[in-house]
Design a binder for this molecule. Structure first.
Ligand SMILES: *[C@@H]1O[C@H](CO)[C@@H](O)[C@H](O)[C@H]1NC(C)=O
Ligand SMILES: [Zn+2]
Ligand SMILES: [Zn+2]
Length: 426
């Protein structure tokens, strides 16, 4: 833990949002073009930083080299930072050092995935790949650090830049919070590159936007024996079959059809013989809900149904929500006022036709942990570009970034923070 100056003003949210004035009236002379020009001048540097990170991807909580690279870049830029947060996390700060404090977040970790793209800057670490774009996220936030630092004198408050480990399944955000990263912060913004949104466009969505996610496993125990004498055995396969089918009803019969939930059993393991029933069967999968409460309910019912069906068939059941290995992620709920802000800044910077309202997705995102404590929004920064080969979804081994997104993302981060502070002070 380092020692950030923590402004300790906590404004009631009601006052905060009543005091946000329309963007146009508070920023008649905001020079979006100059900001974009500056960001574009940095493109070569942004690309080289992103490629270095891409070549050396690191898994959750092991982002040591990535963290060192971020710190070296911040030092070169003359931007003060604190380290470590959550092991490898880095937190930089630009501006007056006084409230209000607005936060920008980038995640740093890669995926356990073998890159299948053949190009000059392919991952050099076998079985590890930046297949979700977090290499680009780091580069874009470093870009913002540089731009904000250049524009330091214009900042009407403080911008905190959060480089966070372990978004992919490690709940790195919750560890950053424990280490105090949100102290004094009144709003937080994150962005994620998106292969379905064209480069140069953004999409944001207000309210519940991404699912609360957990993983589960279950084991049903019976009594093994000769298949020819089923009456002497207790068959866990039949019990598991009923359990898996019964679980399908939890969404279709128990959840509001207008609410969004997913229950997917993704594996079943048990038995190895034609003429013997097995001692136990294991299965598991994922549960998702567009609300955090919905996921808690689903978890409870999965346990009840699996244990109930096991009992019906004279078996014993054990369910495990795997909190240790895969922490529960709450749902992403984007603040409506900050959604408006993102839309307005996006229009100012990229053009009105380049800004759309996005859609909900059932993928998880640990940005949700921040949003449980302060208003926040994570939105999609487009990088769909057929010519650049940027047409594959995140977590695909073919995932490929259109690097034109880098200066755009850096400029967006910068304008979002700068204009947020302007509005707060006008
Ligand atoms: C981290 O950097 C060191 C020193 O350059 C290197 O030996 C090591 O392989 C790197 N680790 C990863 C995971 O890239
Ligand atoms: Zn991901
Ligand atoms: Zn991601």
């Amino acid at each position: 833990m380092g020692s950030l100056p923590h402004p300790d003003l906590h404004l009631p949210l009601l006052i905060l949002f009543l005091s946000l004035t329309p963007l146009a009236s508070s920023t008649p002379d905001y020079d979006a073009e100059e900001l974009l020009r500056s960001a574009n001048e940095d493109k070569e540097w942004l690309v080289s930083v992103r490629r270095r990170i891409h070549e050396h991807p690191e898994l959750r909580f092991q982002e040591h080299n990535t963290s060192a690279l971020i710190r070296a870049q911040l030092e070169r830029l003359g931007v003060p930072y604190s380290f470590p947060y959550a092991g490898t996390g880095v937190v930089a700060q630009v501006g007056s050092g006084e409230p209000p404090v607005v936060a920008l977040r980038a995640d740093m970790d890669a995926l356990p995935l073998q890159e299948l793209v053949d190009w000059e800057h392919k991952s050099k670490n076998d079985g590890v790949m930046h297949g979700c774009g977090h290499d680009a996220h780091v580069a874009m936030l470093l870009g913002a650090a540089k731009l904000l630092n250049q524009r330091q004198s214009k900042l009407k408050g403080t911008v905190r830049l959060i480089f966070q480990p372990a978004e992919e399944g490690g709940a790195g955000a919750s560890h950053m919070i424990k280490d105090g990263v949100l102290d004094g912060v009144e709003a937080i913004f994150g962005m994620h590159v998106d292969y379905q949104v064209p480069t140069g466009s953004i999409e944001s969505h207000p309210g519940p936007t991404q699912a609360a996610v957990c993983f589960f496993e279950a084991k049903i125990e019976g009594k093994a024996g000769e298949a020819a004498k089923p009456h002497l055995n207790v068959d866990p396969l039949v019990a598991a079959s009923f359990a898996i089918l019964s679980m399908q009803q939890l969404i279709s019969r128990e959840d509001d059809p207008l609410h969004s939930q997913v229950l997917s059993v993704t594996y079943v393991k048990g038995g190895s013989s034609f003429d013997e029933t097995p001692p136990f069967v294991e299965f598991g999968g994922t549960l998702r809900s567009i609300t955090t409460e919905g996921l808690h309910r689903l978890q409870r019912r999965v346990k009840e149904v699996v244990e109930g069906q096991a009992a019906v068939h004279q078996c014993k059941a054990f369910t495990n929500m795997l909190e240790e290995d895969f922490p529960f992620y709450p749902a992403v709920v984007n603040d409506a006022g900050l959604h408006d802000h993102v839309q307005q800044v996006g229009a100012l910077l990229l053009g009105r036709d380049k800004v759309k309202t996005g859609k909900k997705i059932m993928a998880g995102e640990d940005f949700a942990f921040y949003q449980q404590l302060v208003p926040g929004i994570i939105f999609a920064t487009g990088m769909k570009n057929e010519r650049a080969g940027s047409v594959y979804p995140a977590h695909s081994p073919h995932f490929f970034i259109d690097e034109d997104v880098l200066p755009i993302g850096a400029a967006l981060h910068t304008a979002i923070a700068e204009l947020y502070l302007n509005q707060r002070s006008s």
